[in-house]
Design a protein around this ligand. Structure first.
Ligand SMILES: Nc1nc2c(c(=O)[nH]1)N=C([C@H](O)[C@H](O)COP(=O)(O)OP(=O)(O)OP(=O)(O)O)CN2
Length: 161
């Protein structure tokens, strides 16, 4: 018989407000923002303490990541569609003749191809897993992160470990 143990933490203070413009089907959205909520699920066997991992520890790690994203323009650094120029104190982002110039301090460049909820979730999952493993949670079997752009609209990423 196979059993699964899972804990999840979500929303409440696991949120961030950020701006982005995703590209879809040869077009680029206008610059806009969301109040994103974060949902984390982790699975694995119970530790000697009888938990998959401490809710508080998971929340702290996720909150630290959310704070990195908070009040930033999320730039899809690996975009195949945006023309992105990094300058010493600014990022210049162009798409079909329209150019935005952002102060570097307002930008979080992410190594993702598009700033969709799914791609942000993938980046978040990798960072969160590293943080949990640094805490000693090396027994996890599965980690999923959902990035909710607006209520009921979530992009997920899952890593089977
Ligand atoms: N699978 C995904 N689809 C879409 C994403 C995404 O990240 N993953 N993102 C967007 C846009 O960024 C957008 O901001 C949200 O789009 P949408 O829901 O279409 O926004 P509206 O305000 O127009 O929604 P209404 O409910 O129709 O008012 C798009 N898709």
């Amino acid at each position: 018989m196979h059993t699964t143990r899972k804990v999840s933490v979500e929303r409440n203070r696991l949120r961030f407000a950020a701006a982005h413009m995703a590209t879809f089907g040869g077009a680029c959205e206008p610059l806009h923002g969301h109040n994103y909520d974060v949902i984390v699920e982790i699975e694995g066997p119970l530790t000697e303490d009888g938990w998959v991992w401490d809710f508080g520890a998971v929340k702290r790690a996720a909150r630290e990541l959310a704070e990195l994203l908070d009040h930033k323009f999320l730039l899809q650094r690996k975009s195949a569609h945006l023309d992105i120029r990094e300058e010493p104190d600014a990022w210049e982002v162009s798409f079909q003749g329209k150019t935005y110039r952002f102060p570097a301090s307002d930008v979080l460049p992410l190594p993702i191809p598009n700033s969709t909820a799914e791609c942000i979730a993938e980046w978040f999952t990798g960072q969160l897993l590293e943080a949990l493993q640094r805490q000693g949670a090396t027994h996890l079997r599965r980690i999923s992160v959902g990035i909710e752009e607006m209520p009921g609209q979530v992009g997920w990423y899952t890593l089977e470990l």
